[in-house]
Design a protein around this ligand. Structure first.
Ligand SMILES: [Mg+2]
Length: 223
């Protein structure tokens, strides 16, 4: 049976719970990965058209990097995505869940385990003002949202796993857009821009970040 990971939306922020890992002071890598244009090839509002499966193509340099990270480092890998297409009435949350499950199954077939999927279907009033031609679904127009570059989706997904940011030795955001870069800044993490990079280049960039300051920290990651 395939390892199906439930997909959760960003509307489920819970109260912080006691953390069983506190006493162990685990020092893992936190790897946050954007979906559209990063994990998969970019398609404008993927899910709007019924042939979305044909258009969902893994971005193999990134997929290989995730496999490398998972196989060689103590790491958690989460997919975090803005999905304004829901607020725009282009597709439902169910469609986003369906696409995420479909991608997850492809990754499972390649031996890649994603620790969680999170997305934000909401937009705020600044966003709607920028797109006056669009008929937004009022249910998904909020005063404040958890859209990237807010760190709220990351905090929520960690919370669901009883983890917190301070448990991680290093934080990476892998993406293709300004929101991803700003998310990395907000997390005090490192940003890997995947645009036009080969697997080899991505891996080199990742290892340069991982090994940075390793002497000062007295801690070395395995190549
Ligand atoms: Mg993107």
């Amino acid at each position: 049976m395939k390892n199906y990971l439930p997909v959760r939306s960003s509307n489920t922020l819970n109260e912080k719970s006691d953390n069983l890992f506190d006493c162990f002071q685990l020092k893992m890598l936190l790897t946050i990965v954007d979906r559209d244009g990063t994990l998969i090839e970019f398609v404008t509002y993927l899910g709007k058209e019924e042939d979305w499966k044909d258009k969902t193509k893994l971005n193999f340099p990134v997929v290989r990097l995730l496999k490398y990270v998972q196989d060689n480092h103590l790491a958690k890998i989460y997919i975090v995505s803005n999905q304004a297409g829901v607020a725009r009435k282009y597709f439902s949350c169910s469609r986003v869940d369906e696409i995420n499950r479909y991608i997850n199954e492809k990754l499972v077939d390649l031996g890649i385990r994603i620790d969680g999927w999170h997305y934000c279907p909401d937009v705020d009033n600044n966003y709607t003002k920028l797109h006056p031609e669009t008929d937004f679904d009022i249910k998904f127009v909020k005063e404040r949202t958890n859209r990237k570059p807010s760190i709220n989706m990351v905090l929520a997904t960690l919370n669901q796993d009883n983890l917190k940011l301070s448990l991680f030795k290093k934080i990476f955001v892998i993406g293709d857009a300004e929101d991803d870069e700003k998310l990395a800044e907000n997390l005090k993490g490192m940003y890997i821009d995947i645009k036009e990079k080969t697997y080899k280049q991505l891996k080199e960039e990742f290892l340069a970040f991982v090994n940075k300051r390793k002497n000062e920290e007295g801690f070395s990651f395995r190549e």
